[in-house]
Design a protein around this ligand. Structure first.
Ligand code: HEM
Length: 242
């Protein structure tokens, strides 16, 4: 998605890949072929190519778009482990801890995943075809503005909900025709909550309902729990003033 954040995000990614490479580029030894195909696909979309091979092509591609690029490999026994990634905008998770794992293990910290989401994810991945990419998006509230947040601070960082940020991710999934692996892309957007609510009462009302109705376990996972009561009251006061 082309926007004003494209260039600043690329600048951030260049710095992270140069200075903290082991945290943002991780892969398994058997990832090169599928990572190269994924990187070539992204570069070809931009009309570009790479002189490199293997995972280095994925890194070149990740330096050309603001999105994070992750790759699943299709194994002979039909498993789809997460084998390579260039991830500069993690929302409080560590790339190195995820490499080599299947979807259930990757999503272990995600509340209600195994019970309510895992089966649908597996089916979506199995059915994915090169001709029909799919996308999803998610949201969370964060108390720090950085796109690169590999760990959770473990305590509340702000006093008032107007100081929070809303983080929205746009994710795409596509089957790779040659290796039959999967490219999963993640683009993170951070916006001050105080700006986001200027979209109007409909937006405020929807957010208020989402925040109020999140099951506690999900609210904890999304770092919303500590701020929930104050955020709902603040959103109510904004609605009252409209
Ligand atoms: C249809 C496909 C998928 C669905 C429905 C899905 C669902 C989710 C959900 C619900 C979360 C919690 C955050 C949120 O609200 O989004 C999450 C987190 C995450 N997902 Fe997925 N996911 C999918 C595919 C993938 C794939 C292919 C990967 C491959 C790397 C992946 C990696 C992750 C990671 C690393 C997290 C953060 C986990 C943590 O906090 O430790 N997801 N996913």
């Amino acid at each position: 998605m082309r926007d004003d954040e494209w260039e600043p995000t690329l600048t951030m990614k260049r710095a992270l890949i140069a200075e903290r490479r082991s945290e943002v580029v991780c892969y398994r030894d058997d990832a090169h072929e599928v990572a190269q195909e994924a990187g070539e696909l992204v570069l070809s979309w931009l009309g570009k190519s790479s002189a490199n091979s293997g995972v280095d092509v994925l890194v070149d591609a990740a330096l050309a778009v603001p999105d994070d690029l992750t790759v699943l490999r299709s194994m002979p026994d039909d498993r789809l482990p997460f084998v390579a990634g260039v991830v500069c905008s993690p929302s409080r998770w560590k790339l190195a801890e995820k490499i080599g794992h299947d979807m259930l293990a990757v999503h272990k910290p995600v509340a209600l995943y195994a019970e309510q989401i895992g089966g649908a994810v597996d089916t979506t991945l199995e059915r994915l075809s090169p001709e029909k990419p799919v996308w999803r998006s998610n949201w969370t509230l964060e108390d720090h503005p950085a796109l690169f947040q590999p760990s959770s601070p473990g305590r509340a960082l702000v006093d008032h909900p107007s100081e929070l940020w809303i983080r929205i991710e746009r994710e795409t999934l596509r089957r790779l025709p040659r290796t039959r692996g999967i490219l999963f892309t993640i683009r993170g957007f951070q916006e001050p909550l105080s700006t986001y609510v200027r979209r109007g009462p409909e937006t405020i009302r929807t957010l208020r309902e989402l925040v109020a109705r999140l099951p506690d376990s999900l609210a904890r996972y999304k770092s919303v729990y500590d701020y929930r009561a104050a955020t709902v009251s603040w959103l109510d006061s904004l609605l009252a003033s409209h």
